[in-house]
Structure formats: C-alpha cells, structure tokens
Design a protein around this ligand. Structure first.
Ligand code: SF4
Length: 237
C-alpha cells in the first residue's frame, strides 16, 4: 500500500489499498450455491472490479480543545452531540475520516445494464468500502499504538444527525480532491458507497447500534441496549 502524508495538522490519505474480493463471503451474501450456474458470470464481474476498484480513505487527527455538556470542540470547531462528548471524555485527540469504495467502481457499476449483475456490483462495492474501512482502522491502530478504536457516524443517531456531515467535511478539508468524495445538498455522500465519521480510542468498544432501536437492520453490529443511554449519556441532575 502506498500513501501520501503532510505534516501538521496530521493528515493521511490511503489511495492504493489492495482490493481482493473474498469470493466465499460474496457468494454467501448473494445466496449463491457452490454449483450455481451464475458463478462464472459473477467471477467475471469480480475480476473486473478487482482491476478497476481503488478503495480509498482519508483521515485527519484533531485535538479535543474544549467540552460542554452537549458538545465538544475539535480544532476550534464545535460539534454538538451528547454521545460524542461523553465518548471523548477520556481522550485528547480523535480522528475524522471518510472511507470510500471509490469513484472508479461507482462508474463501473453504473455502466452495467443487467439488473442482477448490477445488484452483484452493488455488493462488490460494499466489500470495497469495507476494505477501505478496515485498512484505515488498521493504519490508525498501528500508527498511533491504539488499543480499542470506536467510531461514530453523522446521521446514525438523532443525537448526532446527518447535518453534522458539514463538520466532518470542514475538519477534513479537500475530501473531493483527495479521494473523490463529495457531499450533496442533502448531506449524503457521492459515491454512495462511502462512510464518514470520527474514530477515537476507548476502553470499551462503542457502536451507535447499541443506542439505535431500529429493527431488521442488515448493518447492525451490536444489539440495542435499551438502558445504555440513560446509564451512560443522560445528564446528571
Ligand atoms: S442498527 Fe443499523 S441504522 Fe442503527 S446505528 Fe446500527 S447500522 Fe445504523
């Protein structure tokens, strides 16, 4: 993997993340049996995606300047979230990031006209995004000798709604120029297979899913804990 890096403020761009599709996982996700007549077609798509795909990530380290009851100030910018404020209680630094499957795979996917293949291409892009996220996570853990690293994402909780995407992009800088990811007027990202957020060292692992009651979410990473918000995040009276 090759990378580029500037000095202070710490900024890192991962541009050449190796992308290899785990075929067994993909077949399982797509519910294709080992003897399916679709496998040759799928293998062909995978080969194309691995050649074209360039998952990427961008991260900037920020200092925790100040804290209020419902906000934290990172490098002079105030972010409003009680959950984020509590999660950053024990740390003086955090990592703002965007990871993406990349524009290359998005364009490739849009060029596919067959509906079934388009569905498969979508799943391949999700694997590419996961590859970028994992590479970023591994980079941060190694570079900063971190133990556990947790994340929060704008829009995953009412406490930190999607419009906080403005803060992420403002703190990161030229996200479009560096890794091709832009923010739409509705605060979503393009390419769609991108994720933004803030990562931070924690003693116990945190995921927003613990505070999210949404049912039947395929992306859920941890069970909903009904009493967690009250136990850990409610303001003391
Ligand atoms: S359960 Fe689903 S919607 Fe809720 S925070 Fe987790 S991934 Fe997001």
């Amino acid at each position: 993997m090759t990378t580029s890096q500037s000095q202070a403020p710490f900024l890192k761009v991962l541009r050449n993340i190796p992308f290899q599709v785990d075929r067994a996982i993909l077949r399982q996700q797509l519910r294709l049996k080992p003897n399916s007549h679709h496998l040759i077609e799928l293998d062909c798509l995978i080969e194309q995606a691995q050649t074209i795909g360039k998952p990427k990530a961008m991260v900037r380290m920020v200092n925790v300047d100040d804290k209020g009851e419902n906000w934290v100030q990172l490098d002079g910018r105030r972010l409003h979230s009680r959950v984020l404020r509590v999660n950053l209680e024990e740390t003086q630094r955090a990592f703002i990031f965007v990871a993406t499957a990349g524009l290359e795979l998005e364009s490739w996917s849009k060029s596919i006209t067959d509906l079934l293949q388009r569905f498969w291409a979508d799943a391949i892009q999700e694997l590419a995004l996961e590859t970028a996220r994992r590479a970023l996570h591994e980079y941060l853990v190694q570079r900063f000798h971190l133990g556990l690293l947790s994340e929060m994402h704008p829009g995953s909780l009412d406490d930190w709604p999607l419009h906080a995407q403005d803060d992420v992009f403002a703190l990161l800088g030229d996200v479009k120029g560096e890794i091709g990811v832009s923010m739409t007027e509705s605060k979503l990202m393009h390419p769609v297979k991108s994720v933004s957020g803030i990562a931070f060292a924690t003693q116990t692992h945190f995921t927003s899913c613990q505070l999210c009651p949404r049912e039947n979410c395929r992306a859920r990473q941890a069970p909903f804990e009904a009493d967690l918000f009250e136990k850990r995040y409610t303001l003391s009276k």
